[in-house]
Design a protein. Structure first.
Lengths: 161, 419, 174
């Protein structure tokens, strides 16, 4: 099972949903369109030859470009073939929404909550979308590039001395 | 025999006594109701600042909700603002029970991004310290699980062993605990024969000391009753929830990153990957005890087979030069200045690199942009965060007193889970 | 005192307040607010090699109502600060606070949006122990400094009330 075989299978089945792909340091990254992400993920998990059954990581990324600002990156691992794959989808800045993949992998639950907390990307269909690390009343999204490292003074409460 | 009238008035008195301004629980019949218990961030047995909201029916747990974030220090944003070299001390504080393992993982990820390789001797040294860090982490697991369940002596024994390991680390790296030992392109200092002798002495006494702890626990009626059949997670549930590490292997899945995608020198050594069936707390305990013995075997083989040579790669524009050269030669001075002030200049690209940390799969996803000395995006895939979110599955149907044994057998570290 | 010279070693004369402070300093029960990495060094200080029990801190009581000194060990975030303050308020007088490590003294190596830059922004601190993490012997040194402070009867929190003191108004120490 190598990168070329996986890419060919994906392209033959999904055609134009596969936007681009790169192979850097022996790792395959495939950029897909966000409308068919759940379909692609279920295919990758249930297909007996590919069988990417462990979702190692799901994170967000802020490209800080005028269009397609936010991306979601899925790092997959296949236990039977011992092969890793990376999927990326992009969404806009005004209304960042992507369908959830908690139906495919249960591990996506906590990762998507963390991505929502840090970037503000809303996952449609998520059973329990709320903040994970910051307090619930926090109004900003820390990992966006326009949020300063030191934070915004007054955004988090401190008890009185 | 009570009449209906007396029954009703007794019940209304209980209702009045239980309801006051501080409770916000609504119920019709106070003796048959569910309760939400807050096992707060400050608790003797939660292994750090983990908050668990547990819904109870009497003493049985119906569901639970873990709440993280009490130790969120903003690592990922910090990494976007510091250079690759500056971030090495921060990786110590991730899984703060085995800091040498995290250093190695980070440095390997950056080396993969840059496409450089450290010399052979430093790879052997990194293997040795990763395995010693695994032993140290599992010893703390042993002490904490035993202490939570009630056996305090084992905690004292395991801390005595950990102090010996701290002596070795201090002699090798300069610090007991937060070592920052690995460097991009090698390790910081060489392994002296004195340290190698200390390691051999430790390993010679280690099986006997571990046996002392096992004698106290393995056939102990109380320990077995508290841990057997408690906190079961099946094979399919574990893979679906993304659980990795000893917890996954104790549920019957033979998956170890040291064998699946070998890194460092693991493909040259002869060791077994133990796998246990059952998926309960007792299986996780046996799993980690077996892993400690395998780690000791790996360290013995590595110490015998270690080659001589350099511990620093020679890649002037990417690897920090040695200090004595910086003080005496011109090019090394310039390279040192550029690397410290402006950072390494990596190519455009992204990688994901994971190792088998003592708690599970510790992965780093780094996106770099050409011309910038710090990463564009740095994601830490922490095993403890994913393992903690497997708690609701494990806790279904357990009792309150089992909560402590289950969390202890899962061995989460909040520094890593909260990043 | 003249009486001791006359009568020998069989008794000692002192002020009641000093005797009580001597008892207090030799039995400081710590409340371990172990949050992150410094907690491991605090546990090592309670371990067999650097024994904290020989200084009188026999047990680490986890209930705040039974403790004298709170050792805050680990990075305090804004979310956790409310919890730490709540537990500090539950401790009975007299109480002291040891800020262990760089993160509690001044935010440490984390100058980020979610870390409180020093717990003295919301807690009165008596002793600062430096280090990242401080060695267990360093923590014991801090405990010994605190013992000297207890002997003098000072506290950054509410000042201890002496037995026999008929003006029990909380007063700020010098």
């Amino acid at each position: 099972m190598d990168n070329q075989t996986v890419l060919q299978q994906l392209q033959s089945r999904f055609g134009d949903a596969i936007l681009s792909s790169t192979d850097y340091r022996d790792e395959l990254t495939v950029v897909v369109s966000k409308e068919r992400i759940v379909e692609i993920c279920s295919f990758l998990k249930t297909d007996p030859a590919l069988s990417y059954d462990l979702l190692a990581d799901l994170c967000g990324i802020d490209m800080f470009t005028p269009t397609n600002r936010f991306g979601v990156v899925y790092n997959l691992l296949s236990l039977q073939n011992k092969h890793r794959l990376r999927l990326k989808t992009f969404t806009d800045e005004e209304n960042p929404r992507i369908s959830t993949v908690t139906g495919v992998w249960g591990a996506a639950n906590c990762h998507e909550r963390e991505t929502y907390d840090m970037f503000g990307i809303v996952f449609e269909g998520h059973p329990d979308l709320r903040r994970m690390y910051m307090p619930d009343e926090f109004e900003y999204f820390p990992l966006r590039k326009d949020f300063p490292l030191m934070g915004i003074p007054g955004s988090l409460p401190l008890p009185k001395k | 025999m009570e009449t209906k009238f007396e029954d009703v008035s007794r019940r209304s008195k209980i209702l009045q006594a239980l309801e006051d301004q501080d409770t916000s629980v609504q119920f019709e019949d106070p003796l048959e109701s569910e309760m939400i218990l807050n096992m707060g961030p400050q608790h003797p047995a939660t292994h750090g600042v983990l908050r668990l909201l547990v819904k109870l029916d009497g003493e049985t747990v119906i569901s639970c909700l873990p709440e993280l974030g009490y130790l969120h220090r903003g690592y990922e944003k910090l990494a976007e603002n510091s250079s690759y070299h500056e971030f090495i001390p921060h990786t110590d504080r991730l899984d703060y029970i085995s800091p040498l393992s995290n250093n190695t993982a980070y440095v390997l990820a950056v080396e993969k991004l840059l496409g450089i390789e450290a010399p052979l001797r430093s790879q052997y040294i990194r293997t040795i310290i990763s395995e010693l860090a695994r032993i140290s982490s599992h010893l703390l697991f042993l002490g904490s699980l035993a202490m939570d369940v009630g056996a305090l002596t084992v905690w004292m024994y395991s801390f005595r062993e950990r102090e010996k390991l701290y002596d070795i680390f201090e002699n090798l790296t300069g610090a007991r605990f937060t070592t920052s030992y690995a460097r991009i392109g090698g390790v910081a200092q060489d392994l002296t024969p004195e340290v190698a002798a200390m390691m051999k002495t430790f390993l010679a006494e280690f099986p006997k000391n571990l046996n002392d702890c096992e004698k106290l626990l393995n056939r102990n009626r109380i320990f077995i009753d508290r841990c057997d059949g408690v906190g079961v997670i099946s094979r399919e549930q574990a893979i679906d929830l993304g659980v990795t590490g000893p917890t996954l292997r104790a549920s019957g899945v033979n998956h170890d990153l040291r064998r699946a995608t070998p890194y460092l020198m693991y493909d040259r050594f002869d060791f077994e990957v133990p796998v246990h069936e059952g998926g309960d707390s007792l299986a996780r305990y046996y799993q980690r005890m077996a892993e400690m013995k395998e780690s000791a075997k790996i360290v013995m083989q590595a110490l015998d087979a270690i080659p001589t040579g350099e511990v620093h790669a020679f890649k002037p524009k990417k690897v920090l030069p040695r200090k004595h050269q910086v003080y005496t030669r011109m090019e090394e001075l310039i390279h040192d200045f550029m690397l410290i002030n402006f950072g390494i200049d990596p190519p455009d690209g992204e990688i994901y690199f994971a190792i088998e940390a003592p708690k599970g799969e510790l992965g780093f996803y780094i996106v770099s942009k050409k011309g910038e000395g710090h990463p564009w995006r740095f994601k830490i895939r922490s095993p403890s965060m994913v393992n903690i979110h497997a708690l609701p599955t494990m806790l279904k149907g357990a009792m309150i007193s089992d909560l402590v044994a289950i969390i202890g057998s899962l061995d989460p570290v909040m520094g890593e889970a909260d990043k | 005192m003249g009486l001791e010279k006359a009568m020998g070693d069989s008794f000692v004369t002192t002020k009641l307040g000093e005797a009580i402070n001597w008892c207090r300093k030799n039995s400081l029960y710590p409340m371990p607010m172990g949050i992150s990495c410094c907690a491991i060094e605090m546990m090592a200080a309670a371990g067999p090699r650097f024994d904290i029990a020989r200084f009188g801190s026999e047990v680490m009581r986890f209930s705040p109502r039974q403790c004298d000194v709170m050792i805050v060990a680990g990075t305090t975030t804004f979310k956790m600060s409310k919890v730490v303050r709540k537990i500090y308020d539950q401790m009975p007088d007299p109480k002291w606070v040891i800020a262990m490590g760089a993160c509690t003294s001044s935010g440490g190596m984390y100058r980020t949006y979610s870390v409180v830059q020093g717990i003295d922004l919301f807690l009165p601190v008596d002793v600062y122990v430096a280090g990242c993490p401080p060695r267990p012997d360093n923590l014991l040194n801090g405990l010994m400094l605190l013992q000297k402070k207890v002997q003098r009867g000072e506290s950054r929190g509410n000042a201890p009330v002496y037995v026999g003191d008929f003006n029990p108004i909380p007063r700020q120490a010098v």
